[in-house]
Ligand binder design. Structure first.
Ligand SMILES: Nc1ncnc2c1ncn2[C@@H]1O[C@H](COP(=O)(O)OP(=O)(O)O)[C@@H](O)[C@H]1O
Ligand SMILES: [Mg+2]
Length: 435
């Protein structure tokens, strides 16, 4: 069982003349009253009694008091804490009646519980660090955060490259009419040589025709001159005439091909190849842009995965309060940063975390709860009860929500003499009926 405050008696501490308080064992106990009546002095007295000399108020002794300051706090584990005498000497008595000191108290008193504003005013990062320390996943979470940051930076760089490549590819000119592959000059020259060879063959056939024609002419002369050889020669003549006819037919079908187109192609080769190279460069740039795009998507998936890991780590941790998390090194509750939380959520978060710092300490002290409306007070009190936590709080109010009202350093409507410790008044508990 965590330790609660069972009773406080204080005399001549700061603004207090004489105050006795028996807080409810769990939930919210409100100390009400107008300004400057001594409400905060009650919390200061408790903090001094339990927290030791570092919590000693600057002007601990009430001005004009005849008797020295006197404090007595009874705790639920049976320990009794007293400060009395000219030097406000501390006496701690354990349940067996043995005298002890501050060290015994330090085992179950959490300093932040006595000074919750110190936690509440800490930076987002300090709060996050406290939370991570108590749930014990600080370094693991830090590693994940670093990995996410590295991936994120890499993705940003990749995204910029993808954009640059895309723009570069868009600006490059392309030539749809150019062939896919660079043209080879040797191919064209070989084609030209083939044609020239073919044409040479035609030329040979033409010279053959000329030769035969020449022979025929001569033969005619020979026929004329050599009548006696007529019969023989006529036969040769016939043969030759037939040859000539064949050669004539062959020659009539002959057609020369032009090399003009090829010559033009050879001339255009530089220009064509320039276009081919331009097209290749453009398509390469497009390919790269697509690759960077897919790399960007892959990094996005990795980041999502790491974030999920990190969430799982936090979800798997034993959090002091459901909905607490750490995002970018700052504490969050239900997704909100400290400055965006409602006042009551801030109190709940602070109380839950401080409680976890020392689970044996079952109470927190809260000053200035004026900003809370009745519904919020009730919800907060119900939460405290469910958590088994005791809160002693002050509020500028003389309404019925307050368990006691402090006026001029005393409990209003109470005797100035403190009741004997054995005769405990029934604690007033915070229920809906109290309103
Ligand atoms: N040692 C002291 N003796 C007498 N009055 C004091 C002492 N210390 C502070 N005060 C006075 O107490 C008042 C504040 O008391 P506090 O408990 O803070 O009141 P509350 O919280 O009800 O507004 C101030 O007027 C301050 O001057
Ligand atoms: Mg005050």
């Amino acid at each position: 069982m965590s330790v609660k405050i069972t009773a406080l008696e204080a005399e001549n501490v700061k603004r207090i003349k004489a105050v006795a308080l028996t807080p409810a064992p769990t939930g919210l106990t409100l100390v009400g009253g107008n300004n400057n009546q001594g409400k905060t002095s009650v919390l200061d007295a408790l903090a001094w009694a339990l927290g030791g000399d570092r919590f000693r108020p600057d002007a601990a002794q009430r001005d004009g008091a005849v008797a020295p300051a006197h404090l007595k706090v009874t705790l639920s584990n049976g320990v009794i804490v007293e400060r009395k005498g000219k030097n406000s000497t501390l006496t701690v008595t354990d349940p067996t009646g043995r005298r002890s000191g501050q060290q015994l108290l330090n085992a179950f008193i959490e300093p932040l519980a006595l000074d919750l504003p110190r936690f509440m005013e800490a930076s987002d990062k300090e709060k996050a660090d406290i939370l991570l320390r108590i749930i014990g996943i600080g370094t693991e979470l830090h590693t994940r955060d670093m990995e996410i940051k590295a991936l994120y930076d890499k993705r940003t760089f990749t995204g910029q490259l993808a954009q640059q490549k895309k723009h570069f590819a868009e600006e490059l000119i392309s030539y749809p009419e150019a062939p896919d592959e660079p043209v080879s000059a040797s191919d064209l020259i070989r084609q030209q040589q083939d044609i020239l060879a073919h044409n040479g063959e035609n030329q040979r056939k033409r010279s053959q025709l000329a030769q035969l024609t020449d022979l025929l002419e001569r033969q005619k002369k020979v026929v004329a001159d050599l009548e006696f050889q007529l019969s023989t020669e006529r036969q040769r003549l016939d043969t030759m005439q037939a040859d000539v006819k064949i050669a004539q037919t062959a020659a009539a079908d002959l057609q020369d091909e032009s090399t003009a187109e090829l010559e033009a192609s050879i001339r255009d080769i530089e220009e064509t190849n320039r276009k081919v190279r331009a097209n290749l460069e453009k398509s390469r740039a497009e390919d790269e842009a697509v690759q960077y795009d897919s790399e960007y998507k892959r990094l996005t998936e990795q980041i999502a995965q790491k974030r999920a890991d990190r969430m799982a780590l936090l979800n798997g941790a034993d959090l002091p309060l459901r909905g607490l998390s750490v995002e970018d090194g700052a504490l969050t509750y239900k997704g909100k940063h400290w400055r965006d939380m409602s006042g009551s959520d801030q109190l709940r978060v602070a109380a839950a975390i401080v409680r976890r710092l020392n689970p044996d300490c079952g109470f927190v002290l809260l000053d200035k709860l004026e900003q809370m409306d009745m519904t919020t007070l009730q919800e907060f009190s119900a939460w405290l009860e469910a958590e088994g936590l005791q809160a002693i709080a002050t509020r500028v109010s003389t309404g019925s929500e307050c368990q006691i009202i402090i006026e001029d350093g005393m409990v209003k409507d109470a005797n100035t003499t403190l009741p004997p410790v054995t005769e405990k008044p029934q604690p007033k508990s915070w229920t809906k009926g109290a309103f």
